[in-house]
Design a binder for this molecule. Structure first.
Ligand code: SAH
Length: 187
């Protein structure tokens, strides 16, 4: 946890935001380009902690957005595969992450709803846009002891953060209430 907090302290969130940077240091979600938002830094830290990453992990992220969350994932894992549907956002995020020196990231512009089967299976998968249904395709791309984290709609129409832990073919689900991510878009 200390390592994670140290990383958070030294990573300048302003680098991930164009335009007004006045709120970048605050723990709030922020608008990025193309009508998208980047989550609160504590949400990113919490999600990173939940993933129990180590330097042997191959990680898939759906929704690169600003690239801020991707920096955490690349920092604490072996390799990150990140998918973003909006080309302009991907280009900006890639430039930011390359400038920061990350060489362990592969980028794909396209619909991440189907995951990235070419490089599957993954030790960890994190989805940062919220889907209506269970991430069945993504769970298939998860290794037998893998962890997947995704926002999911609940019966009240709000979103919960859900952690799926695979144990062989069995999947344990943990629901953590109260997140608000942008909806997942389809091609
Ligand atoms: N992880 C990002 C969060 C960005 S918000 C960050 O740290 O800033 C969610 C992102 O998911 C948006 O950029 C949106 O364009 C992207 N997205 C939405 N639907 C998607 C899909 N089907 N495939 C890939 N990316 C998607």
């Amino acid at each position: 946890m200390k390592e994670l907090i140290r990383f958070y302290e030294q990573l300048d969130r302003k680098l991930f935001i164009d335009g007004t940077k006045e709120f970048a240091d605050m723990n709030s979600a922020l608008h990025i380009e193309c009508g998208q938002t980047t989550p609160t830094p504590t949400t990113v830290m919490f999600m990173t902690k939940m993933l129990e990453l180590d330097k042997s992990c191959k990680v898939l992220e759906i929704g690169t957005g600003s690239g801020y969350n991707a920096a955490f994932l690349a920092e604490f894992s072996k390799e990150l595969f990140t998918v973003e549907i909006i080309p302009k956002l991907m280009e900006k995020a890639r430039n930011r992450l390359q400038r920061l020196g990350y060489t362990n990231i592969r980028y794909k512009t396209g619909d991440g709803g189907e995951g990235w089967p070419e490089y599957a299976p993954y030790d960890r998968i994190v989805v940062t846009a919220s889907a209506e249904h269970e991430p069945v395709n993504l769970l298939e791309q998860l290794k037998p002891k893998g962890i997947l984290i995704s926002p999911a709609h609940n019966e009240t129409g709000r979103q919960d953060l859900v952690m799926y832990c695979k144990d062989g073919k069995k999947i344990e689900t943990y629901r953590i209430r109260g997140v608000r991510f942008v909806p997942m878009t389809r091609k």
